[in-house]
Design a protein around this ligand. Structure first.
Ligand code: ZN
Length: 440
């Protein structure tokens, strides 16, 4: 299947996830996980493990909140005309709004209304998880044209003891050392943030499960942002600390913007190195950001006492695109091509990590490549070819540099060196000394 076809089917999966009224916890999160679990199982027979952690559980410095359930929310006029109704758009209500049922003046109503002042024609996405309020969101253009009459504000919501839900897929490889992927599942009806992460990560599970003789194990985590990743880390810190060699948080990853990376605090972990390397060597536009610009679950994974090597991968980065956290982040904002490129980028990461070894050439001086059919016997100028890569690889394989570093030296993405390394290993001109370097 080409990456273009993959892009189309990931887009379709995102389309299924888009309408659901997800928030931190609750049935819509569970339903989203079920859609993802079915998609993964269909292609692979791989099952998603679901875990529930009760409200009130302390996780490090935080406490898991109650579930928020909304039966109805609208604003109506005395004639019974509903000017907004969450049945029409999930974003019309401030997430975690407390119940309210009041007839109020326009002035009072306005104190409960949130708009995006600089973008008159979008509905903003507003949350109030940790302070109780009752609020509605609407387009600025609608708010500014509200007549001076009385309004009926109704939010029929409740908070009940429930549980925080997360999903996990673990694929065992030859080594217990693992590569972690994480994305979040708590946003209602926004496409890039974050139906895109959920859908692409499901596809990546299909891909990783198809790799023969996986060198590494793979862990894929679907959690509500912040409180979910904190909960997941709280429950699994020891195993993560022991095994994760590189991790990637996926956020806003389905649009056509440039690839964006947010690095870890140190900026020099394997996850930093492989993403930076691709940014430098690919003929694609990429942007790299320091840890100061963190904004998604890399905040938890890379926090000082957790200290896992997890970078964030996005296309247009959260907070930087005008559609972010508004109704304009819809299915038109993400594209099958956007997914295809993101998938290709991450596939390259996986290919490099699976093959990133320290190689050493086995002969003194240059090997005679020609007699092994690995060098043109007819000397002639030409384009860079597989044979050039073979020539460069034997020239750099001194046992002290991994494939990423050699790629940097010769200005070539390391995934392109993988075939050359295979050929040289096959004819005995290279040995892999990664065991000695403690990579496995
Ligand atoms: Zn968000």
């Amino acid at each position: 299947m080409t990456d273009t076809e993959v892009g189309k089917r990931v887009y379709k999966l995102a389309e299924k996830l888009f309408p659901l009224f997800r928030h931190l916890m609750g049935d819509e999160v569970r339903e989203s996980l079920q859609i993802l679990a079915n998609y993964i199982f269909d292609g692979t027979n791989v099952e998603m493990r679901i875990e529930e952690v009760p409200s009130g559980t302390n996780v490090f410095d935080w406490t898991i909140p109650d579930e928020w359930i909304v039966h109805d929310a609208y604003i109506e006029t005395e004639e019974g005309k509903r000017i907004i109704d969450i049945k029409d758009n999930n974003l019309y209500i401030v997430s975690y709004s407390a119940p309210i049922d009041q007839w109020v003046s326009k002035e009072r109503l306005l104190s409960h209304i949130y708009v995006q002042e600089e973008q008159p024609d979008v509905i903003p996405y507003v949350t109030s998880y940790y302070q109780r309020r009752s609020g509605f969101c609407m387009k600025k253009s609608m708010r500014d044209s509200l007549p001076d009459i009385r309004y009926h504000m109704v939010i029929n919501s409740e908070f009940k003891h429930g549980s925080l839900t997360f999903g996990e897929v673990y694929l065992r490889g030859l080594s217990k050392k693992e590569i972690l992927f994480s994305t979040y599942i708590c946003h209602p009806s926004m496409a890039n943030d974050n139906c895109s992460g959920m859908a692409l990560q499901a596809e990546l599970i299909r891909y990783a499960s198809s790799i023969c003789n996986r060198r590494y194990s793979y862990r894929f985590v679907f959690v509500p942002e912040t409180i979910g990743s904190i909960t997941y880390i709280n429950r699994h810190l020891d195993v993560l600390k022991e095994n994760v060699i590189a991790g990637f948080n996926l956020s806003c990853i389905g649009d056509d913007g440039v690839i964006s990376i947010i690095h870890t605090r140190t900026g020099n972990t394997l996850a930093d190195r492989v993403t930076s390397h691709l940014c430098k060597t690919l003929d694609w536009s990429c942007e790299e950001y320091p840890y100061m610009d963190r904004g998604s679950d890399e905040r938890q994974y890379s926090s000082p006492r957790v200290n896992l090597p997890v970078v964030n991968i996005s296309r247009s980065i959260f907070g930087h695109f005008p559609e972010y956290h508004t109704s304009a982040d819809n299915m038109e904002y993400i594209t099958p091509d956007g997914f295809a490129r993101s998938f290709d980028f991450i596939k390259k990461i996986v290919t490099i990590l699976e093959n990133n070894r320290y190689y050493q050439v086995t002969v003194f001086c240059e090997p005679q490549l020609g007699k092994r059919g690995l060098y043109p016997t007819l000397g002639q100028k030409g384009n860079a070819t597989e044979r050039d890569l073979i020539y460069q690889l034997v020239g750099f394989a001194d046992g002290s540099m991994d494939l990423i570093e050699i790629g940097e030296k010769i200005g070539c993405a390391a995934d392109k060196l993988v075939d050359a390394a295979e050929v040289l290993l096959g004819v005995g001109l290279l040995v892999s000394i990664d065991e000695k370097e403690g990579q496995l």
